[in-house]
Design a protein around this ligand. Structure first.
Ligand SMILES: [Zn+2]
Length: 453
């Protein structure tokens, strides 16, 4: 079955066909490093990590580009509050973000690109937009994109340029704009703000949206395959990107497939720094294992919202433990595999992943497999299948799967004793194992062991 993805642009599931065979050029909006990243950010980056791992698993050669917005109003403000240099603040939180991603097993990004290292590309695009009549100068203020020159504005979000009026951020603010929704491409810097030499003012800095298109044009050209981000970026950010790139290149579509992740909610409300209801990744990892967090994210579809709650995290922890138990048990098992079951499981798994990366259904297939394998037996091939799935999900823990030889021997001796109806000896071995941190569970199919926590 061909891979299908839900495209925000067409609002439909479409067959995935990159422009050049198996090569995929993919861009995901990165962070603005002015604070620690929270678990809402982590949701989006983990879910894209799984999507990209699945594409690579399917033989796609993915170039995953992610920008770092290291110059922005929020960085300037925060740096002022803390009496730091904006660029130092940005570098510090970028480092912390990379640490968080590392803890979460997010390792699929091919290249990180900082805005401040692409000022030449940004200025070039601003100049093109200005030369082509899309950008206009407000003296002593900035260069703005004229929305009335780009009638297709709104095609991604289904919103109009009038709606953009309520979406302007501080940098886009000016009473002299032609249309209220016009957004800033380049801003004249105030004396105490970071500033780059430019042909228009006495030094300026980039607007919010322009870095993405300047960076993606540099690495991918004016058109590419996939652009993703969290849902709140659809408008005005991604809409502005389309306007900038299609206006400056004259080529359509700027991006073929637009993918957006749903929010992480707390009691029904989106988790956001501005709402003050956020939990940093760092704090969440003090309470939960990173694999549990990953499992929690992929237990929901990437486009769906997910509620962050202690109960759901606890549930994730228990579910994941069931998978780890199984892996531990089949790892060194000599039992025969059920080839039919393995084949069917793999087919079903791929079917759901090919259906717009339906991770909850793919996980359900894995849980059915585990249940059936306990009934029908499972060995080396079952273990290998779990490893194969985990190349995509990266949620399992194998280290604990190694039980040392002495303990394995004891388990065998106990089984022998049970067979010979020497229950006193069997019970004694069970007790000895328990003291060593191993519990045993006798099932119809044989004994299963588990490490005590
Ligand atoms: Zn972006």
């Amino acid at each position: 079955m061909p891979l299908k993805v839900f495209n925000t642009l067409s609002k439909k599931k479409e067959t995935f066909k990159p422009s050049k065979g198996k090569n995929v050029k993919l861009f995901i909006c990165g962070i603005t490093p002015y604070d620690f990243a929270h678990i809402g950010h982590a949701k989006s980056y983990v879910q894209f990590d799984v999507i990209i791992k699945y594409l690579r698993y399917g033989g796609y050669d993915v170039f995953y580009l992610q920008n770092v917005t290291d110059i922005d109003d929020k960085i300037i403000e925060r740096a002022k509050e803390r009496n730091e240099k904006p660029i130092e603040l940005a570098r510090n939180f970028e480092k912390e973000y990379l640490k968080d991603m590392n803890s979460l097993g997010v390792d699929s990004v091919t290249k990180f690109a900082r805005a401040t290292e692409h000022i030449a590309e940004i200025q070039k695009q601003v100049k093109t937009l200005k030369d082509k009549g899309y950008g206009y100068i407000i003296e002593n203020d900035g260069i703005y994109f004229n929305l009335s020159k780009f009638p297709e504005y709104g095609k991604l979000s289904g919103r109009t340029s009038e709606a953009a009026e309520d979406a302007v951020t501080r940098i886009d603010d000016s009473i002299k704009k032609i249309n209220k929704g016009d957004f800033c491409l380049w801003k004249k810097s105030k004396p105490d703000e970071p500033s780059w030499h430019d042909p228009w003012f006495n030094g300026g800095r980039p607007g919010w949206h322009i870095e993405d298109t300047a960076i993606s044009e540099k690495y991918f050209g004016p058109q590419y395959d996939v652009h993703g981000g969290a849902r709140d970026l659809v408008f005005p950010h991604h809409e502005a990107e389309i306007a900038q790139m299609e206006a400056s290149s004259g080529k359509k579509p700027f991006v073929k497939y637009w993918l957006h992740t749903g929010f992480l909610n707390v009691k029904g409300q989106k988790m956001a720094k501005s709402l003050g209801n956020f939990v940093t990744i760092r704090d969440a990892l003090k309470k939960y294992d990173s694999k549990v967090l990953r499992f929690f994210y992929i237990s929901a579809h990437y486009r769906s919202p997910i509620d962050y709650s202690a109960e759901l995290l606890e549930q994730s922890k228990n579910s994941l433990e069931r998978l780890n138990d199984f892996v531990r048990n089949v790892k060194d098992s000599n039992e025969k595999d059920n080839n039919k079951l393995i084949e069917r499981t793999k087919k079903e798994f791929l079917k759901y992943m090919d259906d717009d990366f339906d991770t909850p259904k793919a996980l359900a297939v894995i849980f059915d497999f585990v249940k059936d394998s306990y009934k029908k037996g499972g060995g080396k091939k079952s273990y290998e299948l779990m490893l194969e799935f985990d190349k995509i999900f990266n949620v399992l823990t194998f280290e604990e799967g190694e039980l040392d030889k002495e303990l394995q021997k004891l388990i065998k001796e106990r089984e022998e004793a049970r067979k010979n109806k020497d229950f006193a000896k069997a019970d004694k071995i069970r007790e000895d194992l328990r003291k060593k941190g191993i519990t045993l569970e006798d099932t119809k199919e044989g004994v299963r062991w588990k490490k005590l926590k």
